[in-house]
Write a protein that binds this ligand. Structure first.
Ligand code: FES
Length: 153
């Protein structure tokens, strides 16, 4: 139950002022995203309005307001990856999963994102699934990588 997890997090920050950002981070880590209900509870705890909490959270790109997939796939389209075929890798992932960047599969198994640079340009093109980095990606490798995470088309 999400309330139990929220209470645990709130207990860590009892009496602390200005802790709304670390609270938002911890809550997202635990629950995956910030629902309207969660924003409302954080607002009550922080003695802020829901609009203020949402305003803080929406300022930062790291926060999500909709449920994302069990696995988050990030395909790099920074310069090095772009010239090494990153766009084709992204197209292949899009085709395999049937979702566009920014979307989540209907079964909530995968979310797909495009990113600007993952910091390992020498190993382009690069994609990351959760925390695992796949380097020098080639089109035929895409399906195998997805199958590792349960994609079974
Ligand atoms: S451009 Fe893709 S890792 Fe840097």
């Amino acid at each position: 139950m999400f309330i139990t997890k929220l209470v645990e997090i709130f207990n860590e920050y009892k009496g602390e002022k200005g802790a709304v950002i670390p609270i938002l981070q911890k809550v997202q880590d635990k629950l995956g995203y910030l629902s309207q209900e969660v924003i409302s509870e954080i607002a009550k705890f922080s003695r802020m309005s829901e609009t203020e909490v949402f305003g803080v959270a929406s300022f930062y790109a790291q926060f999500r307001f909709t449920r994302c997939g069990d696995h988050v796939i990030r395909v790099c389209l920074g310069t090095a990856c772009h010239v090494s075929g990153g766009e084709r890798i992204l197209d292949e992932v899009t085709r395999e999963l049937g979702v566009s960047p920014g979307e989540t599969t209907e079964d909530y198994k995968f979310s797909l994102e495009r990113v600007a640079c993952l910091g390992c340009c020498a190993l382009a093109p690069v994609m990351v699934v959760d925390k695992t980095v796949y380097t020098k990606m080639k089109l035929p490798k895409v399906r195998g990588v997805l199958q590792t995470y349960g994609e079974n088309k």
